[in-house]
Design a protein around this ligand. Sequence first.
Ligand SMILES: [Zn+2]
Ligand SMILES: [Zn+2]
Length: 358
Amino acid sequence: MKAMVLRGFYEIEVPGEPRRHPELPPTLEPLELVEVPVPEPGPGQVLIKISACGVCHTEIDEIEGRRKPKIPVIPGHQAVGRIVKTGGGVRRVKVGDRVGVAWIGWACGSCTYCVSGLENLCENFKATGCDLDGCYAEYMVAYEDYVYSIPENYEDTEAAPLLCGGAIGYRALKLANVKDGMTIGLAGFGASAHQIIQVIKYLYPNSKVIVLTRSREHIELAKELGADWAGSPLENPPEKLDRAIDFTPVGETIPRAMELLKPGGRLVVNVIRKRTPINLEYTKHLWMEKEIKTVANITRNDIKEYLEIARKKKIKINYQTYKLEEANKALRLLKQGKIKGAAVLIPPKAHKGLNPAV
Ligand SMILES: [Zn+2]
Ligand SMILES: [Zn+2]
């Protein structure tokens, strides 16, 4: 099968931007297109023929060594495809099922976090496309306990961004403890935030959403999707925020969001790793009982709940498709903030359309 493989650590070159990792070799093409054997599903695993694979900022973190994967690795953790073979003891799913795979590919099942449904905090969990091979390929294996049924109202390509961007944004929203009528700020407006604004408007119809983003295109998209105000993080929005969720890969947005919070407000940081430092001053940013909470990974329950919301209320997914072999280009554009919505990779000979069965 064809796969895009990462064999070392590199800094993805962005024309006109300063180097941040001079210790790493710069490259435009960190992933290599290779021909490798189709993997065999082991006990409890299934083999999936992939039809769509979402592109995530985490892949950039892996390539640049902020979240170190096994090497070599096939990255990618937002897969939609069909089960074509099952390993020993598989009971929950069968050949022909349309399923999705997300970031957590396996967790221990016995630690205090796992037994309380918080496998996102399990110290030994294995991440898809990082500790385990992922979906920048034509096929992948996944554990049956970590695959999800995809809502029938979504095509494969538009469903892929639900599995990480959407689901982790939904976890951030749950942790924000929003009440209807609140004013919620979203900093950054990419794959995750453009879904979450729609979820906020659906679950909390009397809430106001303020979007802060540097990109003109993202400001336009935010307004199209119902933002009550959208503008640059340097501008002052018309009102202060009860809650804020930070979706950006940079550190500067954290103090800015804290400044904009009302007393007693809460910021949830939805990004695992920041490319630039976070400078907080106690009096200016934290005083007045303001809180910061971080989101780590996603539980299976978050994903199931989020897919159920998407089943009931179709979340409009803005996405651009690229061929699997164009993964390096998609990653460069994502790093530059030039993807409107989400980027999705399509492997050669992928299934197309809505048909949920083979
Ligand atoms: Zn992701
Ligand atoms: Zn565990």
